[in-house]
Design a protein around this ligand. Structure first.
Ligand code: F3S
Length: 279
């Protein structure tokens, strides 16, 4: 059985950067270090940060003040204001691609556009973006949701960084019928697109495809959905303990990829587990 790892599997630039920021703060601080919610969507990494560096995810300011690191998905600006009022020192680890979505959304609001965010309204990144646009914004996840929006004079659109390009295009094709003027920003993260494309190529050429990553991670779940469309023998696992030997009956080639918040050491552990089943 041959095991092939897809290019771009694992940590993206934004996650690597956030982890370096945390390490740097921990090394130079004598104060407690917190993150606003989990730094990234991977339980094992968040647990490691807590156990090895005592970095605690919080969602209330009921802790002694210290450093507050803003997660890769960003936070609404009122959280930053409240942190400062509570004497926390704010360190911004928001991924620059996510920060770009916030900037564009604010710009559209300032220019008088009704803002539409293409994405999942429950995702922290979208909730953070909503904080920059006030009450006059809509969140739509697909073409159908877009078709229910009222007509407006000027619509401005941004996308959640991990939105599928095809779905974004469908949403835009509906919005263009709803207004006189449509302003669109392409805010889909290129790292996400590259990972998806590399995964599709590999999934087409293997018997079984494994996607390693946390089920909380939207980009990992989406990666799994895309791989399943190409290769029905696709399985998502959070770690090696979830790998099932029965998946590999009559298998010559196994492909492996991982979401943007999946560490390489975890991908390696999953690969070791698959190797232990080699006939
Ligand atoms: Fe940033 Fe893209 Fe990663 S938005 S956090 S580089 S998946």
């Amino acid at each position: 059985m041959r095991i092939i790892v897809a290019p771009y599997a694992g940590f993206c630039f934004g996650v690597e950067r956030a982890l370096k920021i945390v390490e740097n703060v921990v090394q130079h601080s004598k104060l407690p270090v917190y993150t606003w919610g989990p730094l990234i969507h991977n339980k094992m990494v968040v647990e490691r940060l807590q156990n090895e560096y005592e970095v605690i995810p919080i969602e209330e300011f009921d802790h002694p003040p210290g450093y507050l690191i803003l997660r890769t998905h960003g936070v609404p600006p009122d959280v930053v204001d409240e942190a400062k009022r509570n004497k926390f020192i704010v360190v911004d680890a928001t991924c620059p691609f996510v920060a770009k979505v916030h900037r564009y959304a604010k710009l559209l609001t300032d220019e008088g556009y009704t803002v539409v965010i293409a994405g999942d309204k429950l995702h922290p990144e979208v909730r953070a973006t909503l904080g920059y646009v006030g009450a006059y914004a809509y969140v739509v996840g697909d073409r159908k949701a877009a078709s229910l929006l009222p007509e407006c004079k000027k619509i401005g659109v941004v996308a959640q960084t991990t939105m599928l390009m095809d779905v974004y295009k469908e949403i835009i094709s509906v919005l263009v019928t709803k207004c006189d003027e449509l302003k669109i920003f392409n805010t889909i993260c290129s790292a996400t697109i590259r990972r998806q494309e590399a995964g599709i190529k590999l999934a087409n050429n293997v018997d079984v495809m494994l996607v390693v990553g946390d089920r909380q991670s939207a980009n990992t779940r989406r990666l799994t959905d895309i791989m399943k469309q190409v290769n029905p023998r696709t399985y998502q696992v959070e770690g090696p303990e979830e790998v099932d030997p029965s998946w590999f009956n009559n298998t010559k080639r196994v492909g492996v990829t991982g979401g943007a918040s999946t560490p390489n050491w975890l991908i390696d552990k999953v690969i070791d587990k698959v190797k232990s089943f080699r006939q």
